[in-house]
Design a protein around this ligand. Sequence first.
Ligand code: NAD
Length: 481
Amino acid sequence: MLIGGDWVSCEQNALESVNPADGSINYRVSAAGSEHVDAAVAAARSAVAGKAWRQMLPHVRAQVLSRISDGLKANADELARLQMIENGKVWSECKAQVASAAATYRYYAAVCETLGAEVTPSRGDYLSMSTYEPYGVVAAITPWNSPLTMEAQKVAPALAAGNAIVLKPSEVTPGAALAVGRIALEAGLPPGVLNVLPGTGADTGSALISHPDVRMVSFTGGTATGRSIAAVAAQRLIPVALELGGKSPHIIFDDANLAAAVDGVVDGIFEGSGQSCVAGSRLFVQRSVLEPVLDALVARANGLRVDLPDAAGAQMGPVAGFRHRARIESLVDAARREGGQILAGGARPEGERYAAGAFYRPTVIAGLSNAATAVREEIFGPVLCVLPFDDEDDLIAQANDTAFGLAAGVWTANYQRAWRVARALEAGVVWINTYKQLSIATPFGGFKESGIGREKGVSGVRLYQQSKGIYWSMNPANMPA
Ligand code: NAD
């Protein structure tokens, strides 16, 4: 654990990190108990109150963030490898995610140095201003699917905003967060400004969000967990930002470039073995092109190279764990029971190479209705459910008939329809004739049960600040004589 700039261990309370590619134990890592949560929050509280951080000028704070970005790039192989052995994502994706995390720190260095406050219109003989101040101690809680990028998306803007942070990474992926903590210290971040506490959600996570000195919680993870965290935050009257699950509709109209659309759909669901919050897991295809689209999808799914994450040319690794695979299997079984036709996958890949790992084949299911379990629940695995639609009204009704509202994609040659559909979809991000394009400069977050608040973009810093109005009289009569 990283607490107040010191490395602390706790032998009697440890987590085992398991490599999902072969079931081997990567290492054991200490799990934080409530005494460590207390110590980390105290360290963060004293760091945020201390002059070294509070009085650090924005351009100097920006330099620290830039050096963290440089440090991530310099340690790219180590970080990518940590993520790969913990969550099984293929090497190329892990490397890309280190680059994305580094770009996030660089972006927020720029925001930190350039973002101003406002002089607001006055209604009298005074100057009125809105200034922005950090909350103090922020708790950041993250999932296992993309720890490098998810953690950078919280830590970089929260630091730019002037907070101190206690980061609790997922129990499945503590390694990269600890390495980033080390890199941040080497970059000159004052001790205690970033603390890293591995541990489970039930123990470490819940102790952290309940701590009276934690003034804001930033969470990315499942909707059920988000709901329970929001309930604690509501009791404590502290702000909470929630990036939650999804069941995103991906839509193909009959006038689309079908080859490009199928590529987009395949990447949109099978990249990262489907373990992406924005995975396009419900595909709606206009009925007149359903057959050719299904044929192309099945061929592509069967042709994807599922392999060990570090094998050259691997396109899909294992899923992140054995229990997680069992859950995916039970949802595919539910699809079978509810009348779904498994057109591709629906099973573990066969062969010695896969025997010890949590592999699952890219799966395409047709014949389910929008009410089926596999269509409603977030599977968070390489499973695509394909449904037909007849016209735009039918499509919008089906696409929006979900508790989630994170992302959506639409493929069509008709720009007026693209615009109409993009506006009608209940989703925090809509891609038109592309999928999964993401930029740190564009705010991101969910509608409905996919979340509250927006990360990324310049306004991503404001998520971690509270505004203060200051009124300053210009009337000389109010000054001492
Ligand atoms: P999860 O909700 O099980 O866990 C997320 C984090 O919360 C972990 O660190 C866990 O230890 C912690 N946690 C669990 N219970 C807690 C509690 N009671 N109090 C405090 N902390 C607690 O999610 P996961 O399985 O790690 O990740 C997958 C989920 O994350 C999916 O639903 C996915 O859609 C979502 N996700 C969302 C986004 C987004 O930006 N919207 C991005 C990535 C992942």
